[in-house]
Design a protein around this ligand. Structure first.
Ligand SMILES: NC(=O)c1ccc[n+]([C@@H]2O[C@H](COP(=O)([O-])OP(=O)(O)OC[C@H]3O[C@@H](n4cnc5c(N)ncnc54)[C@H](O)[C@@H]3O)[C@@H](O)[C@H]2O)c1
Ligand SMILES: O=C(O)C(=O)C[C@]1(C(=O)O)C=C[C@@H](O)C=C1
Length: 305
């Protein structure tokens, strides 16, 4: 099947990046857009993000062969219900949500009998909104598809082709496995960043000014991550609860072991762990997954500005 018209629901960082990437890399595909926030619709119109802006979600999807829901994971169910009656037969419904099992469950409940293929482009920044997006966001990044077991193979192939043309590398995964992997590689790192920045700002003897003044190194990197969108991340933790709590249990045990090593002066344990983690970082760079790797001229969002 050939995708000719894509409807993008939600025109923030992810939705506006898809819109920009489609017009740059696959201009033959017509773009239709909608956002629940009137101010975002107005801004998207000014930026010329999509070929046609709509005042309703049902208007945006009415002629689409691919619909991509680019809303927080807690809003997937209501966004899906809004398009249910207007969705053309055979249209693929996908999304970009950061957790996948809850999205598959929500979309399947709201859109019974429809072609649902959830997806997660593992690419983003700490920014949000229609001005924050850019066409090269997905270049050389993974896009993980989590189709249901009985998914239409032609639809999976069409969606894979769409993301490949935006520059992404495709991986197919079971949604439960996705949620476990991303809990470790993305969700818990965000939780740690939110915690450490919150802890530092709560310390009575460290003024806010000092936190900013002395945050030149590692802490500065944490402040970038901790500046990420509160609504998006609240929803991720509430919708990937099981995997996050499981991984958080493992993490807490490891943290306690390190605490013990520091207290007892066990330098060998500390050195062994730090050597192992250094090798992992080097492996990531060799794999070409680091921000320094060439990737469609991606904007540098690697450090706090
Ligand atoms: N930010 C990232 O780094 C990143 C990366 C990959 C995936 N994601 C996922 O992408 C999705 C969107 O995130 P974002 O960073 O683009 O957020 P964003 O805040 O920049 O944009 C979300 C947009 O959705 C709109 N919206 C909310 N509910 C809606 C509804 N029912 N109908 C229509 N529009 C609605 C909001 O008005 C907003 O403009 C989330 O599910 C997030 O988990 C984010
Ligand atoms: O680089 C960042 O700022 C991100 O947080 C991007 C990031 C990630 O954790 O890697 C955040 C959430 C997404 O679902 C995918 C990508």
């Amino acid at each position: 099947m050939t995708i000719q018209r894509v409807a993008i629901i939600g025109l923030g960082l992810l939705g506006s990046s898809i819109a920009r990437a489609v017009s740059q890399f696959i201009p033959e595909i017509a773009t239709h857009g909608f956002d629940a926030d009137a101010a975002v619709r107005e801004r998207a119109e000014k930026l010329g993000l999509v070929g046609t802006m709509h005042e309703t979600a049902s208007g945006a999807v009415a002629e689409a062969d691919l619909v991509i829901l680019c809303v927080p994971v807690g809003a997937m169910a209501s966004a899906a219900r809004e398009i249910a009656d207007a969705l053309p037969d055979g249209a693929i419904v996908s999304d970009v949500g950061s957790s996948k099992q809850s999205v598959l469950d929500d979309l399947s409940a709201a859109l019974p009998g429809r072609t649902i293929i959830p997806a997660h482009p593992v690419a983003g920044t700490e920014q949000s909104g229609p001005d924050a997006g850019f066409a090269s966001l997905f270049g050389n990044r993974w896009c993980i598809l989590t189709p249901p077991k009985d998914a239409d193979e032609a639809a999976v192939a069409a969606l894979s082709d769409f993301w490949t043309r935006l520059g992404a590398r495709i991986e197919i995964m079971d949604p439960e496995h996705h949620d476990l992997v991303l809990a470790v590689t993305s969700h818990i790192p965000h939780l740690i960043a939110y915690t450490i920045v919150g802890t530092a700002s709560d310390l009575e003897d460290v003024t806010r000014g000092e936190v900013i003044k002395y945050s030149a190194g590692g802490f500065r990197d944490f402040t970038r991550i901790a500046a990420s969108d509160p609504t998006m991340w609240r929803d991720v933790f509430l919708h990937n609860k099981t995997a996050v709590l499981e991984m958080l249990g493992r993490f807490t045990e490891d943290l306690t072991a390190l605490q013990r090593a520091i207290r007892s002066g066990d330098g060998e344990t500390l050195h062994e762990l730090f050597s192992r983690t250094r090798a992992i970082r080097r492996g990531i760079i060799e794999e070409g997954q680091d921000d320094a790797a060439p990737d469609f001229g991606r904007k540098d969002h690697g450090s706090a500005g």
